[in-house]
Structure formats: structure tokens, C-alpha cells
Ligand binder design. Structure first.
Ligand code: SAH
Length: 328
């Protein structure tokens, strides 16, 4: 018998260690693999944030869980075109545990430095990007039974309910309701806030999840672009949970950071000029114009990825509002 978070940590590590799951031939597709404009816009976001930090002469551009390295490669290309001084000031740091994916990243971003965990990042000014990283971090699930909470453990491909408590659990909930807690995401929010208390920096998280914290079972498994059984074969399916952005933001604020958002991804990308970049690209390559525009549309349209996906920024408390997060 294994607690759900330890089962999920093991399953996710095994899953990424042995495969590159992205794209049509894999299990799922992420925003940077859909359109190059995604990474380009985030690169421009980072460039403006660097200016807001008063353009330190040395700065780390960091990505957590970089997958194939596509986002970072697209970001660096756009930065090089638009703000060469930032390109010259930055060093690239990738936080990735999968040996297989580190190889893929090295092919696209050869001059990067790799780290097992964020804690290993050297001190100094840092701009941090993370797309679909938080959703892979292990969650605990609590289930309401009578007037108490029990915790879900995994045994023999199913759940077993055991006594368990957590300070985040509400005092009451309907029978059978599920409360999820992602401790590593809260710890990450707190760790970034502590870092930004003494060093300039900002972190941008994009992922799927609701705007407000709430009850519900969001554990899901994907294989070949369809739903799979989450507990059946650990390591053979992509296991994720919705991100509780509000809880991550609270953890960061409790440790002194400023937070902006969560905001729908579509709104942020539109404010960063994603559709006009896509239109420029379509004009430059007319044969692929239809594909280029529909890919960009998929990232911003509310009925596609624009609304379910959210963006959250954690930053040094003295920094101005980062680009795209202006009120209304
Ligand atoms: N950001 C990429 C990949 C998303 S998939 C994209 O948008 O395409 C999740 C990524 O996080 C993978 O690179 C995976 O190996 C990495 N990852 C998952 N759990 C991790 C952990 N605990 N520490 C570091 N990286 C992790």
C-alpha cells in the first residue's frame, strides 16, 4: 500500500524517464509543441521583465520541466531578435530529472545548465518559466466520510481509505467530496517567494486548473491522446492533476512574494501579441498560413486551451506589474 502522492511521484518519474511523450505520435501535445509563437511570446515576456528588474548584467533564464526544450529554443530565438542585450546577459538553466528528456533538450538548447531541482539553482537574478510542470507534481487526496476526512492510498490498482489529516482541509464538506493538496507545488511557491525576498526575480506558471480553489477529483491519465485508467499501470500513462493556482499564490504571498493572476492563458497570450506574431508568420510562410493561424487560435480560444489554462506570476515584491497581468 502506498500513499497517492508517493505513487504519483514514482509513476511520473518512471513515465518521463523512459520516453518522449509529446506530439501526434505520443500521448499528449503541449502549447510549445502546438505553436512556436507560444515560446516566442514567453521569451518577450521575460525580456520585458528583465527590463523591469533594471536589466541586471547577469541573469538566469530558467525553465522547470522543459520537455523537449521547444519553449526555451523559441524564446531564445525571439529574445535574440528583439533584445540582444538580454540575450547577452542571460544564462539558460533547465530543471529536469528525466535523462531522456535532458538529451532532447540538449539538442535544442546546447548551452544550457541542467539541475535536478530548483534548490540547486545558483543565487542571483532569475526569470523562471514553467509550462505544464505543476500538473505533474504529486497530489494527496482526502475524501469526506461522515463527519471526518480519510486519505486515499493505492493498493492493487485501486484506492484504499486510511485515516489522514491536513491543515488545508475544510471543516465540513458533502459526503464523498474530494479535497486535493499538492504539497510540492505549495513548497515551490514558498521557496520561490523566499528566493525573491532577497534576490530580484519572477516566475511564470502556465497550466490547467480552476481560477478558485475548490473540491473535486482531478487526477487524470492520458495515453495516445485519450483518457486512461490512472492507477492501473504506473509509469505507462501520463498522470496529472489540475493546479490549484490560488493555493500556490497564497503560499507565495505568505512568504513575502507579490502574485499576479491567475489569468486565463488566452488573455495573457493575446496581451503579449500572440495573434499578431502568428499573422506575421502566416504572411511570411503563406503555404502554412492556415495551420499557423489555427494553431495560435487553439492556444487562445476559450473553447480550446485559452480558458481552462491559466497563468500565474510570482515575483519580487518591489517589482512593477509584469507584462500581460495589468488589471482588466
Ligand atoms: N514544459 C514542457 C513539458 C511538460 S511535461 C512542455 O510544455 O512541452 C512535464 C515536464 O516536467 C517534463 O519535462 C518532465 O520530465 C518534467 N518533470 C516532471 N516532474 C518533475 C520534477 N519533479 N522535477 C523536475 N522535472 C519534472
Amino acid at each position: 500500500m502506498e500513499r497517492l502522492d508517493s505513487f504519483m511521484a514514482r509513476a511520473v518519474a518512471a513515465y518521463y524517464a523512459g520516453r518522449d511523450p509529446f506530439g501526434a505520435a505520443g500521448d499528449f501535445t503541449t502549447a510549445p509543441e502546438i505553436s512556436q509563437c507560444f515560446g516566442e511570446c514567453l521569451g518577450l515576456w521575460a525580456a520585458v521583465v528583465w527590463q523591469q528588474m533594471a536589466a541586471p548584467p547577469r541573469v538566469m533564464l530558467v525553465e522547470l520541466g522543459p520537455g523537449r526544450g521547444t519553449l526555451m529554443a523559441d524564446a531564445l530565438r525571439a529574445i535574440g531578435e528583439v533584445m540582444p542585450a538580454f540575450r547577452a546577459a542571460l544564462s539558460v538553466h533547465l530543471v529536469e530529472q528525466s535523462p531522456r528528456l535532458r538529451q532532447a533538450q540538449a539538442a535544442k538548447v546546447p548551452d544550457a545548465h541542467w539541475h535536478q531541482e530548483l534548490d540547486a539553482l545558483p543565487p542571483g537574478p532569475a526569470i523562471i518559466l514553467a509550462n505544464e510542470f505543476l500538473d505533474a507534481l504529486p497530489i494527496r487526496q482526502f475524501i469526506r466520510r461522515g463527519d471526518a476526512w480519510l486519505e486515499r492510498w493505492v493498493a492493487g490498482g485501486g484506492f484504499v481509505e486510511q485515516p489522514g489529516l491536513h491543515p488545508a482541509l475544510p471543516a465540513s464538506a458533502p459526503e464523498g467530496a474530494i479535497q486535493e493538496v499538492c504539497e510540492p507545488a505549495l513548497a515551490l511557491g514558498a521557496a520561490l517567494a523566499r528566493r525573491f525576498a532577497s534576490q530580484p526575480g519572477a516566475a511564470l506558471f502556465l497550466d490547467y486548473g480552476p481560477a478558485e480553489s475548490g473540491l473535486g477529483d482531478s487526477l487524470q491519465a492520458m495515453r495516445a491522446h485519450g483518457r486512461a485508467e490512472p492507477l492501473a499501470e504506473p509509469g505507462s500513462v501520463d498522470l496529472t492533476a489540475h493546479v490549484d493556482f490560488a493555493a500556490v499564490a497564497r503560499a507565495a504571498r505568505q512568504h513575502g512574494a507579490a502574485t499576479h493572476g491567475p489569468l486565463p492563458q488566452g488573455l495573457l497570450l493575446q496581451r503579449l501579441g500572440l495573434m499578431s506574431r502568428a499573422a506575421m508568420l502566416a504572411r511570411a510562410h503563406p503555404r502554412q498560413a492556415g495551420l499557423t493561424l489555427s494553431a495560435a487560435q487553439r492556444l487562445v480560444a476559450p473553447e480550446a486551451m485559452g480558458q481552462l489554462f491559466k497563468a500565474l506570476c510570482l515575483c519580487h515584491a518591489g517589482m512593477p506589474t509584469p507584462p500581460g497581468f495589468e488589471a482588466a
